[in-house]
Ligand binder design. Structure first.
Ligand code: 3HC
Length: 328
């Protein structure tokens, strides 16, 4: 009997065409692809790209609000913010774990982030200038994240979809704490109300950019949607976010900084002004206001804390050896 080769599989081993057929049928039936299932290389690469970018965003996303941990205005606000920032770390960990099920290596992904070979969300490259920014990030940024991520709970790749369930529950708490903080500030002094309006003016357009480029300029969307990784296009989700957020802004008593924002009765949705895609491109190519700071801090965290990783790895190796020894 001859050994199986790439072009002549062993008897009983499904060939690539039938593996592809089975994969396509699983996607068409809306069932999940699991780590041990065969998958096309493009599907695996797309998932690693998206999940890694998502994980990096959660980890880098700890920084803008983390800047306010030592300056929170009360113990209550500090406890809420601390819990929120810790949640983001947890989200990053689930997502790196999901990427590992696809054969990616966590340390390698971190290196790629630091070396600018993988992206993270544009939104985290803006500064947090006042405490109102903490509330507006919760309301708008986490609100946008929920719009984008709830459909990912139905993503075709099992570990990613399952990670999203808990992430979305926690994001929902994040969004509410932000809105509650803003409601409190809007009930305060004129100066506090002005801080909230200023923060809304600065974060509104970057929040719309979070959803990615317009559909006709989104190279990955069509294939990702055909594979069931993404469930909706960038523009569909952006529209959903605008329609959801406008009444919340009215209730809060702030003005969204877009003179072209109007309700279109016939279309049953809001129309909004042009997004500055040149700014988006600058930010994702590393030239946003805070890109250099964010990446430098991530690099310092990796380098300064390398001894913790090494100690944990040594402890795990010793522990594994102990088990092997006792089993023997
Ligand atoms: N920031 C940075 N890069 C972005 C981006 C953004 N807001 N939107 C798109 N891009 C990048 C894409 O990664 C892609 O670059 P690449 O090919 O080099 O990887 C390029 O721009 C073209 O965009 P596409 O629309 O073709 O890319 P996708 O199909 O991957 O769609 C996405 C982009 C909608 C962001 C999608 O990847 C996605 O849904 N990702 C999962 C969610 C996610 O990563 N969210 C990040 C925020 S996490 C967060 O908000 C944390 C919370 O605590 C607030």
């Amino acid at each position: 009997m001859s050994a199986p080769t790439l072009d002549r599989p062993a008897a009983g081993t499904p060939d690539e065409a039938s593996l592809q057929e089975r994969f396509d049928a699983t996607i068409a039936a809306e069932h999940r692809i699991e780590p041990r299932d065969w998958m096309p290389e493009g599907y695996r690469k797309t998932l690693v790209r998206q999940i890694a970018q998502h994980a990096h965003s959660e980890i880098i996303g700890m920084q803008p609000e983390g800047d306010w941990l030592l300056a929170a205005p009360s113990l209550r606000r500090k406890a809420i913010l601390l819990a929120k920032v810790q949640d983001e770390a947890g989200h990053g960990m689930y997502l790196y774990s999901a990427a590992e099920t696809l054969g990616a290596d966590r340390a390698d992904l971190t290196d790629k982030l630091i070396e600018g070979r993988q992206k993270y969300s544009s939104i985290f490259n803006y500064p947090t200038l006042t405490y109102a920014d903490v509330g507006v990030i919760g309301w708008l940024v986490d609100g946008a994240a929920i719009c984008n991520q709830v459909p990912l709970c139905r993503s075709s790749y099992g570990p990613y979809a399952r990670a999203m369930i808990r992430v979305c529950k926690e994001e929902s708490f994040h969004q509410r704490q932000g809105y509650e903080l803003l409601m409190t500030m809007m009930g305060g002094t004129d100066e506090q109300r002005a801080m909230v309006q200023d923060a809304v003016d600065r974060w509104w357009w970057p929040s719309l950019m979070m959803f990615g480029p317009p559909d006709d300029d989104s190279p990955n969307s069509a294939q990702s949607m055909a594979w069931g990784i993404k469930r909706h296009s960038n523009d569909e989700l952006r529209q959903r976010f605008v329609d959801m957020t406008v009444p919340q802004a009215e209730f809060l008593g702030v003005t969204l900084p877009d003179p072209d924002l109007v309700w279109d009765e016939a279309a049953g949705r809001h129309r909004f002004g042009a997004i500055d895609w040149a700014e988006f491109k600058r930010v994702i190519s590393g030239e946003g206001p805070m890109n250099a700071v964010r990446v430098a801090r991530r690099r310092a965290a990796r380098d300064d804390n390398a001894w913790v990783t090494e100690a944990a790895a040594a402890h795990a190796a010793k522990h594994a050896g102990g088990h092997a020894g006792s089993a023997a």
